[in-house]
Ligand binder design. Structure first.
Ligand SMILES: Cc1ncc(COP(=O)(O)O)c(C=O)c1O
Length: 390
């Protein structure tokens, strides 16, 4: 009997190789061998979701009306709470009907958005290093990628003037992510103003990923939509995952002008059937209680950051202290690539970190440590790394 050999679609073959495979394999082997591994590899909060949110879910899950499809582009109650949150936090006036779209996690919206705005052969401007979904979702839409290196000398922002005119001519979408994963870089309103000007000049859409907007330490992060007129050219993705320790719940939202929001809504209407309504109501509770629930989470990461960064400095590493996110972006000591260094830290100190190369070609001189373990374990990690005398 003839068999057909399955060949992956070309769009999958275009994806960059998965660079964490070797580290993953070693990590699993170390754990299976009973070694005491400290995992600073994953950006997934270790603390539980606040109990007010859990209780809200428990209550709403009992409602049979919520057991059916949630086809309404988000419960109106949640959309109104998102509008109130954005007004209180950023001073934004958003129409809950047309300028807000709940998402099954911000990743879902980021992954679908290029399908709404990019045609094959157009260019997507993607930062490097970056959260890998900007690149893969742009490739899935058939777009070409133009890589914008994030410049350490510019606070990990791209040099927008360095992008050639012929690239701007074909570019339709620019991804940005501030506060930034993995570098911890931040943006201010003047930077966002220059981006909005640029978008108008070159007919670009800006997709700003604000997943870490509430994870800042010395000053609150702005929304790009605070720039007057930004709604016409920009969409911003927000997440409840880090703000409320809710990564597993899958809930976030997009805000922006009605044209962009409805374009994304159209893709979603053809791909998913909404967020479980009980989760939407729990998300409403989270946002309604943001001002009491999030400050302790932020304070915890600040304490961990201070303990880890000062520890690393004590053992002789030149580590910048991030003003946002729970990531520490550490330059590799002389003579190491990021994969070699992560390999040594795992093999000889049982500490898992992420190689910069996994976030982009320009980042091979860095590794990322996620502060998602308790402070005593961070201190233990520092001591183990110190014993390697790198
Ligand atoms: C920069 C960035 N954007 C988006 C996401 C996705 O978050 P969510 O859980 O909302 O899908 C992550 C998750 O790690 C992230 O690091």
């Amino acid at each position: 009997m003839a068999t057909t050999r399955f060949v992956k679609a070309e769009r999958l073959q275009k994806l960059p190789p998965y660079l964490f495979a070797e580290i993953d394999r070693k990590k699993k082997a170390a754990i299976a061998a009973g070694r005491d591994v400290i995992n600073l590899g994953v950006g997934d909060p270790d603390r539980p979701t606040p109990s007010a949110i859990v209780k809200s879910l428990q209550h709403h899950v009992e409602n049979p009306a919520f057991h059916q499809y949630a086809l309404d582009q988000g419960a109106p109650e949640l959309r109104r709470s998102i509008a109130a949150f954005c007004k209180a936090r950023y001073g934004l006036e958003l129409d809950p009907e047309s300028e807000i779209l709940p998402l099954i996690g911000s990743k879902e919206g980021i992954a679908h958005f290029p399908l709404a705005v990019l045609n094959p052969g157009e260019i997507s401007l993607v930062p490097d290093p970056c959260y890998p979904v900007y690149r893969s979702s742009s490739l899935f839409a058939g777009a070409d990628i133009y890589t914008m290196p994030l410049e350490p000398s510019l606070g990990f922002r791209p040099d927008l003037q360095a992008i050639p005119a012929d690239v701007y001519k074909r570019a339709r979408l620019m991804f940005l992510n501030y506060p930034n994963n993995p570098t911890g870089g931040t943006a201010d309103l003047p930077f966002f103003e220059s981006v909005v000007d640029l978008a108008r000049e070159h007919h670009l859409v800006i997709a700003q990923d604000a997943a870490y907007n509430e994870m800042t330490f010395s000053r609150p992060a702005p929304s790009l939509l605070q720039v007057p007129g930004a709604k016409e050219v920009a969409i911003e993705f927000h997440s409840l995952s880090k703000t409320f320790n809710m990564t597993g719940w899958r809930v976030g939202f997009a805000i922006g002008g009605s044209t962009l929001i409805s374009a994304l809504g159209q893709v979603k209407a053809n791909t998913d059937s909404g967020i479980f309504t009980a989760i939407q109501f729990a998300a409403k509770t989270a946002l309604d209680e943001f001002s009491t629930l999030t400050p302790p989470i932020r304070a915890l990461y600040q304490e961990r950051r201070d303990a880890f960064v000062s520890g690393m400095r004590r053992i002789g590493w030149d580590v910048p202290s991030p003003d946002a996110t729970f990531y520490v972006w550490m330059p590799c000591p002389e003579g190491y690539t990021s994969t070699e260094l992560c390999g040594r830290l795992l093999d000889e100190a049982d500490v898992v970190t992420t190689p910069g190369l996994g976030f982009g070609r320009t980042a091979d001189g860095y590794i990322r440590a996620a502060l998602t373990v308790e402070t005593p374990r961070l201190i233990e990690a520092v001591e183990r790394i110190g014993r390697l005398s790198l």
